[in-house]
Design a protein around this ligand. Structure first.
Ligand code: ZN
Length: 85
């Protein structure tokens, strides 16, 4: 049994803009079944599951690619219009 998680992100044309919610689930290493916390009967599993839920999992920087792109575009446009006056 291991615990996995993924994070949804908002994207425009496949460019990620900002992260949304995360989903934690566990996968059985034997039957590849996917289980939710509610289905656990084992306290140790529930504990490690809650550890994942309560601890911030690092958000990869590329989830902000869209915001970085837009901000640098705005900066570029402002800089250009300032110098062409
Ligand atoms: Zn199983």
């Amino acid at each position: 049994m291991w615990i996995q998680g993924y994070r949804k992100y908002f994207h425009v044309f496949w460019i990620p803009f900002f992260p949304l919610w995360k989903k934690i689930y566990s996968v059985c290493s034997h039957c590849k079944g996917v289980f939710d916390k509610k289905e656990f009967k084992d306290q140790e599993l529930t504990n490690s599951f809650e550890y994942f839920e309560n601890n911030k999992i690092k958000i990869p920087w590329y989830h902000f690619t869209g915001i970085i792109l837009v901000l640098s575009m705005i900066t570029l446009i402002f800089t250009l219009s300032f110098f062409t006056k």
